[in-house]
Design a protein around this ligand. Structure first.
Ligand SMILES: O=P(O)(O)OC[C@@H](O)[C@@H](O)c1c[nH]c2ccccc12
Length: 258
């Protein structure tokens, strides 16, 4: 699946039409995750569908979802902008930026400098980079370029060998461990348990995917995660706020009364 997605990305890049620059207020993902609303940071994801789960949210209104996440105490928002496999769109990110005052991260398969430029144009504060999508030296170039144009990055790994390859090349400020194998879709929090001890002290460690319950939150926090990235369980909840409440239980407190 990942190889197929990357082939699609190459075609998208070849046909990419750069949008006009959106005028936005920027917020730091790193700062937000360093001072979370709850005892662990929450990146709440706006995700309509995925290859592993199919259609997740039929009645999909990105701005309402993002506003609900912000009101429910999310520290940042992740927005899928991939069209073909996740039914996302870059316009959804720009729309979310219009209504939220917390950092918004672009969730896509960024493999080329032009996509970084596009990410700036659509108004993102941060973007995802995935180890294994391009040679690690290329990934570092994209990382450095992103920071040079005002973006922050969450650099994602799945397996231990990917983390070792990453750290042999550079140490990102924010490192995500995807509990889901993007090739097989197998998802397990054991990934977080195993990788946590290997994340450098100076980096923020984010546990991503397969987080559905208060127990899951407690488990990854116990393992050492500074934050979580949650999509499906929030997208399937009766409301964004209810979804966040279910994750944080007794600890839950909304960031605003709305
Ligand atoms: O819906 P979940 O299981 O809560 O997962 C959210 C997020 O981690 C997942 O969408 C994701 C993490 N890394 C990615 C890379 C590409 C596409 C999607 C992802």
């Amino acid at each position: 699946m990942l190889d197929q997605i990357l082939k699609t990305k190459q075609k998208e890049i070849a046909n990419l039409i750069m949008p006009s620059q959106k005028k936005v207020q920027h917020y730091s993902l790193y700062d937000a995750l360093s001072h979370p609303t709850h005892s662990i940071g929450l990146i709440a994801e706006v995700k309509k569908a995925s290859p592993s789960k199919g259609l997740i949210c039929p009645d999909f209104h990105p701005q309402d979802i993002a506003k609900g996440y912000e009101a429910g105490g999310a520290d940042a928002i992740s927005v899928l902008t991939d069209v073909d496999y996740f039914q996302g769109h870059r316009d959804y990110l720009s729309a979310v930026k219009e209504v939220c005052a917390i950092p918004v991260m672009r969730k896509d398969f960024i493999i080329d400098k032009k996509q970084v430029d596009e990410t700036v144009k659509i108004g993102a504060d941060a973007m995802l980079l995935i180890v294994g999508t391009v040679p690690i030296e290329e990934l570092k170039k994209l990382y450095d370029y992103a920071y040079s144009v005002g973006l922050e990055c969450l650099v994602e790994v799945h397996a231990k060998n990917e983390l070792m390859e990453l750290l042999n090349c550079f140490t990102p400020k924010v490192i995500g461990v995807n509990n889901r194998n993007l090739k097989t879709f197998e998802t397990s929090l054991l990934q977080t348990d195993e990788m946590a001890p290997l994340i450098p002290e100076g980096s923020l460690f984010i546990s991503e995917s397969g987080i559905h319950t208060e127990e899951d939150i407690k488990r990854v926090k116990q393992a050492g995660a500074a934050g979580v990235l949650v999509g499906e369980s929030l997208m399937r909840a009766s409301s964004p706020k209810e979804g966040i409440k279910a994750l944080f239980g007794g600890e839950y407190h909304a960031s605003s009364s709305t």
